[in-house]
Design a protein. Structure first.
Length: 240
């Protein structure tokens, strides 16, 4: 069920859509830059040779560049100094950085859905145990009160039972409020109403052994785990 919630959150979450649009925009920019590396039609005729000044010369640029133009023929400025290549590499790096941003957003949504899901299950269990405790303390209070009226109990036991029951009752509303807030948070992430979640469309009030055991993490983390960190990859991709 958790997998279904995560899939829904990735499908409908606006942050994911924004990240995907950024990736598409970066991809379009990359395609646009690459288009300048291919011949373009130029209807002007003539041939000219231009000398580049030292101030405007790009890195690795030749001293002279040639523009060939004839009516209805290809005009292609020879890519001899690698300026377009450098621009294309820059666009690629921007695209990669945007891709890592998308991965980071996806990971953030997945982790928040997972945390909210298990927090909700934990609050369900805590509320269930608190309500059971209230039932038990109520029976203890009634028993002490009955014994007191029969003359075999004392007022201290009644007072203690009353105080314990009152304290437990006071702890229940905050727990229910926390659960409501957690339901709302999960609703925002997944796109469901709290009623859908409350009415059993996710597994709740299940015993702890219902869920599969968590995998055991290695004592020494592999280097690949660090390499997969999105922030590191994003920064590396922007280093020229």
């Amino acid at each position: 069920m958790l997998n279904n919630l995560i899939e829904e959150s990735l499908t409908g979450n606006s942050d994911i859509e924004l990240a995907m649009s950024n990736v598409l925009a970066a991809k379009a920019q990359l395609n646009l830059v690459n288009s300048y590396r291919f011949p373009q039609i130029n209807l002007q005729g003539g041939t000219n040779q231009t000398k580049n000044s030292k101030e405007t010369k790009a890195p690795n640029e030749l001293k002279f560049s040639n523009n060939f133009g004839l009516a209805s023929v290809l005009n292609y400025e020879l890519d001899l100094w690698g300026a377009a290549v450098n621009a294309s590499e820059s666009a690629k790096k921007t695209f990669l950085a945007t891709g890592y941003s998308k991965a980071a957003v996806r990971l953030s949504v997945i982790s928040n859905v997972t945390i909210s899901y298990f927090n909700l299950l934990a609050l369900d269990k805590q509320i269930y145990l608190t309500e059971k405790l209230i039932e038990a303390q109520t029976e203890i209070y009634k028993l002490n009160q009955k014994l007191y009226h029969l003359g075999v109990g004392d007022s201290i036991s009644v007072s203690e039972a009353t105080s314990e029951l009152a304290l437990t009752n006071l702890s229940l509303p905050p727990l229910k409020q926390q659960r409501h807030e957690q339901e709302t948070a999960l609703k925002i992430l997944v796109g469901r109403t709290p009623e859908n979640i409350v009415n059993g469309l996710i597994y709740r009030n299940k015993p702890i052994d219902y869920f599969p055991a968590l995998p055991v993490l290695p004592k020494i983390l592999p280097s690949e785990l660090l390499e997969s960190k999105d922030r590191i990859l994003k920064r590396q991709s922007r280093i020229y």
